[in-house]
Design a protein around this ligand. Structure first.
Ligand code: 5IU
Length: 262
């Protein structure tokens, strides 16, 4: 089953991980492959984004450690999860775990954030080797959660290239029950539709920022195999974030339809 032309309906039907299945199904229902990166620093701003952009997104990407007024995981979950259910999106905490298995287990389950309680998806660097996946899997798999591995990054000079990317792919293949896909600029395994590729570094109007971010358009990313387009400042700093989200959603979905109908 080839990723490029396999529809999200077909991929939902074939999915074994419950988070993958749920994600593909809601993408089809809502006709959106847009993820919003809500890089704001208060809980109220994050919840506002979740509520007003919720109808247009399939994924809400969070960075919980930049929320200055985070109190408890229970309070956070009690506010965020009902919005995810109401609008139908999955919560992706972009935690980028990067330690040994035993430590990431605690970082995922414990501490003030207790991420596994409220995030459907998390991601991890592969630099520590496969133990990081084993550790996270012990915590997340029994809860039906999913993990993305960082195969590539969007930033200039990223070291995640070549052999590193290839080794990350192998790690994913060894844990297909829990690794649901990749953060990458292009589909790392173009012939395997069971993996989702999510791509940051997407903007319709600018090509980069002052600290090395590099942007491509939704169409360019979808052409190279991206399934979910992650947009941050292009949406939440726009004069009209809802109108901007709709523009990105429409551009991304049109590119997806062109790809599967090719
Ligand atoms: N992000 C990247 N590039 C990457 C990875 C994550 O930009 O390679 I992995 C995150 C950082 C930010 C969002 O939360 O995606 C992109 O935000 P902007 O669209 O505002 O650049």
């Amino acid at each position: 089953m080839a990723t490029a032309t396999t529809s999200f309906e077909q991929r939902a039907a074939a999915a074994t991980n419950p988070t993958t299945k749920h994600l593909f199904e809601l993408m089809v229902r809502k006709q959106t492959n847009l993820a919003v990166a809500a890089d704001v620093t208060t809980v109220a701003e994050l919840l506002h984004i979740a509520d007003v952009l919720g109808p247009h997104i399939c994924v809400l990407k969070t960075h919980v450690d930049i929320l200055s007024d985070f109190t408890t995981a229970d309070a956070f979950a009690a506010k965020l999860r009902p919005l995810a259910d109401k609008h139908g999106f999955v919560v992706f905490e972009d935690r980028k775990f990067a330690d040994i298995g035993n430590t990431v287990k605690h970082q995922y389950r414990d501490g003030v954030h207790r991420i596994v309680e409220w995030a459907d998806i998390v991601d991890a660097h592969t630099v520590p080797g496969p133990g990081i996946v084993q550790g996270l899997k012990e915590v997340g798999l029994p809860r039906g959660r999913g993990l993305l591995l960082l195969a590539e990054m969007s930033s200039a000079g990223s070291l995640a290239t070549g052999e590193y990317t290839r080794a990350s792919i192998e790690m994913a293949k060894q844990h297909k029950d829990f690794v649901i896909g990749f953060i990458a600029q292009r589909a790392p395994i173009p012939d395997d539709a069971s993996f989702i590729t999510m791509t940051p570094g997407i903007n319709l109007t600018v090509s980069g920022d002052a600290t090395g971010q590099q942007y491509r358009t939704p169409a360019q990313a979808v052409e190279t195999g991206s399934d979910v387009l992650i947009v941050g400042r292009g949406v939440y700093t726009a004069a009209d974030p809802v109108a901007s989200a709709i523009a990105y959603k429409q551009a991304g979905w049109a590119a997806y339809l062109a790809r599967v109908q090719a």
